[in-house]
Design a protein around this ligand. Structure first.
Ligand SMILES: [Zn+2]
Length: 136
């Protein structure tokens, strides 16, 4: 039995995809919506987290720091150190960041909604495929 938990986050940010052959090559912004996903199987039997697999509050603390330090009201090309921060690469960056910041949580994926009709779901990539500093 596996429990899957998700925590939503939102941020306003600009980005630019310089190699794109359409309008995304221009500097523009979005009201981004993200979801951080975690999983677990063991329900705690006692203590303040009794009945929980993952505390939404613990997920939220890590996410809040990530959003404030790197995402909200930032230019993602600069704040994430990427030449072309697509939804796919932003999702990968977020998953790696959360895993490093809060390793006790079993983070399994990140969903990034760039617009109301476009989103990227990243599910549990093997560690090392997309390290935060190596996405360029
Ligand atoms: Zn865009």
């Amino acid at each position: 039995m596996t429990f899957k938990l998700s925590k939503q986050f939102r941020f306003e940010a600009s980005h630019q995809l310089p190699h794109h052959d359409g309008k995304c090559a221009r500097l523009h912004g979005h009201s981004w919506v993200g979801w951080a996903h975690a999983e677990g199987t063991a329900i705690r039997r006692d203590g303040p987290k009794q009945g929980m697999v993952v505390d939404y509050g613990d997920m939220g603390s890590a996410i809040k720091e990530m959003v404030e330090r790197h995402l909200d009201h930032w230019h993602l090309n600069t704040s994430l150190g990427m030449e072309s921060p697509t939804s796919e690469l932003v999702a990968g960056w977020c998953l790696e960041w959360l895993r490093r910041k809060a390793p006790s949580i079993n983070w399994t994926g990140v969903t990034i909604e760039e617009t109301c009709t476009s989103r990227c779901e990243l599910h549990d990539p093997p560690t090392g495929i997309m390290p935060a500093g190596n996405i360029l």
